[in-house]
Structure formats: C-alpha cells, structure tokens
Design a binder for this molecule. Sequence first.
Ligand SMILES: [Zn+2]
Length: 49
Amino acid sequence: MLLVVMCPKCGGKQKTNPRRVSGSVKKCVFCGHSFVIHSLEKDRILAVL
Ligand SMILES: [Zn+2]
C-alpha cells in the first residue's frame, strides 16, 4: 500500500510505503523532520494509492 502524506512541519508531499500505517514513523525527505503517520489523521494522509 502506498500512501501520499504531508509533512506537518514544511508541508512537503511525499509518497511512503509503511509496513503498517498506524504508528509508522516517516522522515520527511525535504526538511528531515520525523513524524508519526496515524491512520485516523486524514489531514496527514492525502491519498492511498
Ligand atoms: Zn518536512
């Protein structure tokens, strides 16, 4: 499953393929900020591909 997520710090959009969505940590490719992807936070997950 491929997700399009938005960095909460810089707003950069990027694709990620987490092993599990809930609690998965993504490091932003633009600013290096690490954030947790929550399946229930729809504002952070822009698309499921
Ligand atoms: Zn960022």
